[in-house]
Write a protein that binds this ligand. Structure first.
Ligand code: NDP
Length: 468
């Protein structure tokens, strides 16, 4: 984007802020919605917090996110606070209020997690919930549980006092009628972490809200006892790095469903964005931003080649793999082995739609497993938007762009291409190219001219262009 006189500013206040992923969310949405705004992280020391907030307002900053360690202290510098943020005692989003002459505080962390679990079909109403941890995040989770009508909330923490304090605060709010969905005033039960065996209920919904298991300490989990997990139906880990924490692994091993909370991170940002810009961000954009977040948090070392049949995905792919000492992986070959049928047979028995579905299933699997590979994909693979996103999760996507005539010359003798078994294959290629070119362009990170037939020349240009 080009910054001009009308460009608005939003940002993040915290310390440290260097590793924040919020710019991916906010600048990504502005870019996709063509909204003239930039989002910048600001490192602010505690002593400077109040002047930073007042200064931001005077500088006409549209809105701010607030992160550790300022989520509580920032409240003193605001002109207003949303009820839910007030009850949780933490603010992560500041919305400009011209009439009041300052910022009003919101807690979109809680709203983000709530949106995530609702989307995953997790209904807390009438349920027994266990929350592991009693830090800032856990408090927001307790509030969410009461708001959504949970029957009982066991709050387990290493330091019992902290769990006790949150339980007292939240039970009091429930008693005072301050939380709409709360239906009993002693729902929150504080416990020491070691008291998990005293929980008698089954089908528990558990939120893991400690920092145990966070990368790089991926082999630890706050409770490891199998007897606890036998009672767990759903586990949500607020940690999103690694993608599957030890806690999630144990929940799954005991037959439960497990989720990480990367979507919480996405949605807290999206909800803040919507409050600032008074827009609704549509799902397609959310999906794209989510892929971008996953690429940042779980980077994979793969190169994915897409393009029409005959564009050189296999020939050039093998050459590139050899040059880079990477493995070569052909999705069509993999599908043939997996289905124990040739592509032609799959088309004949399951139709094109059946084949496309197999491609999607395979990509989902590969997005979790493939690393260090040059991947050659089927020509139609990126046509589904879902597949296009999965390909980006797998690695850097290069579209090998080749002229129609060159394609025709490369494939005209090849009888294995089911889609070209027609009277006028050249006409068919032209038709398909017109249809597919924009979809390849949408699906890729880079468009590369691959008209040359010499793999050595292709390799040199890819290197010289800084693509690989
Ligand atoms: P806090 O520092 O406020 O709380 C940390 C919690 O972890 C406390 O309950 C603490 O217990 C517990 N804990 C830490 N070390 C141990 C240990 N060795 N044994 C037992 N318990 C321990 O952090 P937050 O509440 O802000 O964050 C908690 C987690 O949630 C983090 O991992 C964070 O990454 C994640 N998070 C994810 C978000 C998302 O968008 N997905 C948003 C916010 C947080 P004690 O009180 O005894 O010290």
């Amino acid at each position: 984007m080009t910054i001009n006189g009308k460009t608005r500013l939003t940002g993040l206040i915290g310390n440290p802020v260097e590793h924040t992923l919020s710019p991916v969310i906010h600048n990504g949405i502005s870019d996709k919605m063509d909204i003239d705004c930039v989002y910048v992280p600001f490192k602010v020391e505690t002593e400077g917090l109040d002047s930073a907030i007042k200064g931001a307002y005077e500088l006409n900053v549209l809105g701010m996110n607030v992160t550790v360690p300022h989520k509580n202290d920032v409240i003193a510098s605001l002109v207003g606070i949303d009820d839910c943020a007030k009850h949780i005692g933490a603010v992560n989003t500041l919305v400009r209020d011209e009439e009041k002459g300052g910022y009003v505080g919101y807690n979109t962390d809680m709203l983000g997690l709530r949106r995530q679990i609702h989307e995953d079909g997790i209904n807390l109403n009438g349920r027994t919930v266990v929350i592991l941890g009693a830090g800032g995040a856990a408090k927001a989770v307790v509030y969410m549980c009461l708001l959504d009508g949970a029957d009982k909330v066991y709050l387990l923490n290493r330091t019992l006092d902290k769990a006790q304090k949150i339980a007292d605060d939240m039970n009091k709010l429930a008693k005072d009628g301050a939380i709409a969905g709360a239906n009993n005033c002693s729902a929150v039960i504080p416990c020491s972490i070691g008291d998990y065996a005293d929980i008698r209920e089954n089908n528990l919904i558990v939120f893991q809200a400690t920092s145990i298991g966070l990368f790089p300490n991926v082999d630890s989990c706050v409770i490891e006892d199998d007897s606890f997990y036998d009672k767990v139906e759903i586990g949500v880990d607020l940690i999103y790095n690694p993608a599957e924490t030890k806690f999630m692994q144990i929940v799954k091993a005991h037959g439960g469903k497990a989720y990480n909370a990367l979507k919480m991170l996405l949605y807290q940002g999206v909800i803040a964005y919507e409050l600032w810009h008074k827009v609704t961000v549509d799902n397609d954009i959310l999906e794209d931003i989510y892929v971008e977040l996953k690429r940042r948090v779980y980077p994979k070392d793969n190169i994915v080649l897409i393009g029409f049949m005959g564009s050189g995905k296999t020939t050039f792919g093998k050459a590139i793999a050899e040059k880079l000492s990477m493995k070569f992986f052909d999705t069509d070959e993999y599908i043939e082995q997996r289905e124990n049928m040739t592509i032609k047979e799959i088309f004949a028995t399951k139709g094109e739609e059946g084949f496309r579905q197999i491609e999607t299933d395979v990509l989902r699997e590969l997005a979790n497993t493939l690393d260090g590979c040059v991947v050659s994909t089927g020509g139609g693979m990126p046509l589904r938007i879902e597949n296009a996103r999965l390909l980006k999760e797998i690695g850097k996507v290069i579209y090998l762009n080749v002229a129609t005539q060159v394609i025709y010359e490369r494939v005209k003798e090849d009888g294995k291409r089911p889609l070209l078994q027609v009277e006028d294959p050249y006409g068919r290629i032209c038709e398909m190219m017109t249809e597919r070119k924009p979809l390849y362009e949408r699906a890729c990170d880079v468009i590369f001219d691959a008209n040359c037939n010499d793999p050595e020349v292709i390799w040199t240009s890819l290197k010289n262009d800084g693509i690989i």
